[in-house]
Design a protein around this ligand. Structure first.
Ligand code: HEC
Ligand code: HEC
Length: 301
C-alpha cells in the first residue's frame, strides 16, 4: 500500500517538474523570438542632414532635451540606467565615435521606430516618444551625433532576467517597434504661431516617455497624470522645468534630475508653450466633465 502511494506521488512530482521545465522552456523560446525578431521600416522621404555649425549646436540641444545625454551620458560614453531586480538591467551603450558607420536611414529607424542597427527591436529607449519628432529635428540630432568623438565608457550590455523574459513572452513588456504598432499616429506637425499646438508637440516629444502616451501617468513609474500641472502658476511651472523644484519647494526622485538634465535646456518660448498646452488641456477636460455631469442630471430627471 505504502509502496504504491510513494510510487504515485513520485509520478505526480515528476509530472509537475516536467511541466515547470516546459513552461520555462516556452518562456525562453517565446521571449527569444521577440528579442531576435527583425523589423523593417517603410522608407519615407530621405532626411537631409545639415552640416552647418548652428544646426549641430541645435542638434545637441535637441538631444539634451530629448534625454539622449541623460541616459547615454554627457560624452555619450554610456552608463547603466536602470536595474530592476529579477526583471532587467538596462544599459545605455557607449555610442560615442561610432555613429559615422551607420547611414541616415539606420539612425532614423533607431530613433523614430525603435529598430536597432541589427534590425531587432529596442528595449527601454523611448522610441514611442521619439516617433513624434519632426524630420528636421531628427536630422539635426543625427548631424550632432556624428560629431561626438570616441570616449571611454561602459562595456556591459542590457540584460533581461527571467521575469523580464516572462513579461516579454506574454507581450506585457514590448520592444519599441511592437509598442509603436499599437499606438495612434504621431503628432509630428504643429502650428508655430499657436503656443497650444506647439506645446502639444513638445509634450508628446518630451514628457510622454514617463507620463504615458495618453499623458495620464504610469502608476508603476510613480508618474502622475499631467493634469496635475493645472495647479501651477506659470512662474511655478517655469521653476519646475528649470531646476526640478515643484510647488511648495518639493524635489522629486525622478522629475527633479530629469528637469535638470533635460528641461533646463528648453527655451523660454518652449516652456511657455508646454504650460499653455497643459492649461488648455485641463480646461478642456474640466469642460467635458461639467458637460457630461449636466447631461447625466438631465437624463436622471
Ligand atoms: C531612457 C534611457 C535612454 C534614452 C533617453 C535614450 N537611450 Fe539610447 N539606448 C538606451 C538603451 C537601454 C539602449 C540599449 C537597448 C537595447 O539593447 O535594446 C540604447 C541604445 C542606443 C543605441 C545603440 C543601438 C544599437 O543598435 O546598438 C544608440 C545609437 C542610441 N541608443 C542612441 C540614442 C539617441 C540618439 C537618443 C536620443 C534621441 C537616445 N539613445 C536616448 C537608453 C536610452
Ligand atoms: C524620465 C521620466 C519623466 C519625464 C521625461 C518627465 N517626467 Fe514629470 N514626473 C516624473 C515622475 C516619476 C514624477 C513624480 C515625482 C517623482 O517621483 O519624481 C513626475 C512629476 C511631474 C509633475 C508633478 C509635480 C508635482 O507637483 O507633484 C509634473 C507637473 C510633471 N512631472 C511635468 C512633466 C512635464 C511637463 C514633462 C515634460 C516636459 C515631464 N514631466 C517629463 C517623471 C518624468
Amino acid at each position: 500500500m505504502m509502496r504504491k502511494f510513494l510510487k504515485w506521488t513520485g509520478i505526480v512530482a515528476a509530472g509537475i517538474v516536467a511541466l515547470a521545465l516546459l513552461a520555462i522552456l516556452w518562456i525562453f523560446i517565446a521571449s527569444g523570438r521577440e528579442l531576435g525578431a527583425k523589423h523593417t521600416v517603410a522608407r519615407g522621404a530621405m532626411l537631409t542632414i545639415p552640416t552647418d555649425a548652428a544646426s549641430i549646436v541645435e542638434g545637441e540641444r535637441l538631444a539634451r532635451i530629448s534625454g539622449c545625454l541623460h541616459c547615454h551620458g554627457d560624452a555619450l560614453g554610456g552608463q547603466m540606467v536602470h536595474d530592476f531586480p529579477n526583471i532587467a538591467r538596462f544599459v545605455a551603450p557607449n555610442i560615442s565615435g561610432s555613429l559615422q558607420d551607420h547611414d541616415d536611414a539606420q539612425l532614423e529607424a533607431l530613433i523614430r521606430h525603435g529598430v536597432k542597427f541589427d534590425g531587432t527591436g529596442m528595449l527601454f529607449m523611448p522610441a514611442e516618444m521619439y516617433r513624434h519628432k519632426r524630420d528636421e529635428d531628427v536630422a539635426k540630432i543625427i548631424a550632432y551625433l556624428r560629431t561626438v568623438p570616441r570616449a571611454d565608457g561602459v562595456g556591459e550590455q542590457t540584460l533581461i532576467r527571467p521575469i523580464g523574459r516572462f513579461l516579454l513572452a506574454q507581450g506585457i513588456f514590448k520592444t519599441g517597434p511592437r509598442a509603436i504598432e499599437t499606438l495612434p499616429a504621431p503628432v509630428k506637425t504643429f502650428d508655430a504661431a499657436d503656443p497650444v499646438s506647439h506645446g502639444k508637440h513638445l509634450v508628446m516629444n518630451l514628457c510622454s516617455e514617463c507620463h504615458a502616451q495618453t499623458l495620464e501617468g504610469i502608476p508603476m513609474a510613480n508618474s502622475p497624470p499631467l493634469s496635475v500641472a493645472k495647479a501651477y502658476s506659470s512662474e511655478q511651472f517655469e521653476r519646475l522645468m528649470r531646476d526640478g523644484t515643484g510647488m511648495g519647494d518639493r524635489t522629486f526622485a525622478l522629475m527633479t534630475p530629469t528637469s535638470k538634465a533635460r528641461f533646463s535646456w528648453l527655451t523660454a518660448a518652449e516652456v511657455d508653450a508646454i504650460y499653455a498646452f497643459l492649461q488648455a488641456r485641463s480646461q478642456a477636460a474640466g469642460a467635458t466633465a461639467i458637460a457630461s455631469r449636466s447631461r447625466r442630471t438631465r437624463v436622471s430627471r
